[in-house]
Design a protein around this ligand. Structure first.
Ligand code: IMP
Length: 437
């Protein structure tokens, strides 16, 4: 059984909790794209963990975690996170953590270039996490990147750092920064890569073998569908393929192993960083945005930035369902809406007086669309911690049914709080089969 868990919106839908909930039933949890730009929060009892680079499955003893070939790995961030988790009593050892030898490295000049690139863009900046993600993927596509395994060969590492830094320093200096020193980057990187060596693995072979044996694998997406470099709101996106196609490329798993795709959808929408956001609560709705931000604790797990908040966008989520072929959906953060009198849901967009058939591909158009809203009554009573669908207020059930119908996918799980136990497993869902395994 291979299940992918993928965010349907602009990230922060609550993947960490859902992956954590499902991880118990899987042998392996693998990430397939991105790097330490992700921020997955997992709450277990009174302990909370924030994961940036390692799969959320790491907090479950006995699970094998894979960092796939589609990822970009900052070795410094890897060991900082590993050391922090070890101090919290979590084992991070080569026996249970496998890092693809084909993953690309993020080096200090990538971080510097991320800053420069954002400065150059000025008002048009993407609002990246400044972790060097984009520049590392640029080097990968430009065929000058350094894979983790390459870095174990000293001559290769040294010559690539020298060559890449020559170009990087030109840009850094032109924009008023201090040039970086190749020798110190080489020394620092080779020491860390040596420490990383025991974790390296041909993860493609490892995962295909595991799937063929019948081991269960959970593929953990980071960021989300609308941040996908091809299918998202380009250019305000991350630099990897977050959607289901990326899961196959970023792990090397053969497609026939895939059993299902679980979309993670939150009852409202947020976005961090810049870029169009048609249902954003602005101007007259700023107070509502602030209420949602506080109730949902919507501050970036990686950067601490306040997240922009907006109404549920069923039109964009339907698009995400189409690309990913969601076989089920986990709907998160229902309880955050408990205080609302009335809830708006965007069911379509108008552009220049005409209804859009699909999501506009040009970001300038997406900024101009007028969302078409439907209004639903709130339920004004607490749903926090409810575990039974029948115990929900009728208006909350109607809201869930409305979203399901609008996005065209059955809802298999509803999350009613940050804890594992605060979850409704919807009985007649396909997810039930996965959960029983
Ligand atoms: P980058 O991934 O750092 O290059 O940032 C590109 C865009 O993706 C920016 O808008 C970021 O705010 C956004 N982004 C990156 N990682 C996450 C995440 O984990 N959650 C939400 N947004 C993210």
């Amino acid at each position: 059984m291979v299940i992918a868990v993928i965010g349907a919106q602009w990230g922060d839908e609550g993947k960490g909790k859902i992956v954590d909930l499902l991880a118990e039933r899987f042998d392996i949890v693998a990430r397939y794209q991105g790097g330490h730009n992700a921020g997955h929060s997992v709450q277990i009892g009174d302990r909370s963990f924030v994961l940036h680079l390692l799969p959320s499955g790491i907090v479950h003893a006995g699970k094998t975690c894979v960092l796939g070939n589609g990822m970009v790995i900052d070795p410094k961030a890897f060991f900082e996170e590993a050391d922090r988790l070890m101090a919290q009593g979590i084992s991070v050892t080569p026996e249970r953590v496998k890092v693809s030898s084909r993953a690309h490295l993020i080096l200090p000049y990538h971080r510097a270039l991320d800053h420069t690139s954002e400065e150059r863009l000025g008002n048009e900046k993407v609002g990246t996490t400044l972790r060097g993600i984009g520049p590392a993927y640029e080097d990968k596509a430009g065929r000058r990147g350094i894979r983790v395994a390459d870095a174990l060969v000293s001559e290769v590492l040294r010559s690539r750092i020298e060559r890449n830094l020559e170009d990087a320093n030109r840009i850094i200096v032109a924009y008023g920064g201090q040039p970086l020193d190749a020798d110190s980057i080489f020394d620092e990187t080779s020491a860390m890569v040596e420490r990383l060596a025991p974790f390296l693995c041909d993860t493609t072979h490892f995962l295909n073998q595991a799937a063929a044996r019948g081991d269960s694998i959970l593929l953990e997406g980071a960021q989300a569908t609308l941040l996908d470099v091809d299918h998202g709101t380009y250019p305000f996106v991350t630099s990897s393929n977050t959607v289901i196609g990326g899961a196959l490329i970023g792990t090397g798993l053969a497609p026939q192993h895939l059993t299902g795709v679980l979309g993670i959808v939150r009852t409202y929408t947020t976005r961090v960083g810049e870029g169009p956001f048609p249902t954003e609560m602005l101007d007259g709705e700023a107070e509502m945005g602030q209420l949602i931000r506080e109730r949902g604790r919507e501050y970036g797990a990686s950067t601490g930035r306040p997240r922009r908040c907006g109404w549920f966008d069923a039109f964009a989520t339907r698009y995400a369902a189409e690309i990913n072929g969601f076989t089920s959906v986990a709907l998160t953060k229902l309880d955050v809406l408990d205080a609302l009198d009335e809830i708006k849901v965007c069911v379509g967009y108008n552009l220049d007086g005409r209804r859009c058939d699909s999501l506009p591909s040009v970001s300038q158009d997406l900024r101009r669309v007028e969302p078409i809203f439907e209004k639903l009554p709130g339920w004004k009573s607490p749903t926090l911690g409810i575990t039974d669908l029948d115990a929900l207020p009728p208006n909350a059930r109607s809201y869930i049914d409305f979203l399901s119908e609008r996005i065209g996918v059955e809802i298999g799980l509803v999350s009613t709080g940050p804890e594992r136990s605060q979850t409704i497993v919807v009985q007649d869902s396909i997810l039930d089969g996965w959960l029983k395994k």
